[in-house]
Design a protein around this ligand. Structure first.
Ligand code: DQA
Length: 144
């Protein structure tokens, strides 16, 4: 079951960026742990700071992969283009956030992508990604 973890802008700086909000662990380090803990999922990982590159990746995997776990970073709150891309593809997308966006500034309370995602997970630190993978792991393949 092929699953993509997709990270948007500034998430390449996890571990050094605003540690009090996002913690002190790099995503690369956490991703290794996820690969070990989910041996039955064929995980892949992509990060970009660029909206277009994130859209291209959604198009690339969005008709064949079984799931996408997407932290769109600040684009969550602004991007019509990313929400259109999620609407356009077949693969279910789960929105994740490390921080509890609802406990932060008001501009983070609005998600442009949430209406087109299967569901949203926010506020569990890096473990937000694990919760999304646990859900996807339990999805039965569609009957034909
Ligand atoms: C974030 C929350 C966003 O509001 C912020 O812009 C981020 C990270 C999170 O994972 O908590 O870059 O998506």
């Amino acid at each position: 079951m092929e699953i993509l973890i997709l990270n948007g802008p500034n998430l390449n700086l996890l571990g050094t960026r605003e540690k009090s909000v996002y913690g002190s662990r790099s995503f690369e380090d956490y991703y290794k742990e996820l690969e070990e803990d989910f041996p039955d999922l064929k995980l892949s990982y992509f990060q970009s700071n660029t909206e277009g590159a994130l859209i291209d990746k959604l198009h690339e995997v969005g008709f064949s992969f079984k799931g996408i776990v997407f932290n769109a970073g600040a684009y969550t709150h602004t991007s019509v283009a990313l929400s259109d891309a999620i609407k356009a593809i077949d693969t279910p997308v789960i929105e994740v956030h490390i921080s509890n966006v609802y406990a932060r500034e008001a501009f983070r309370h609005k998600s442009m992508i949430a209406p087109y995602c299967t569901g949203s997970i926010s506020g569990f630190g890096l473990e937000s990604y694990r919760l999304a993978l646990q859900f996807l792991e339990r999805q039965k393949p569609k009957q034909v």
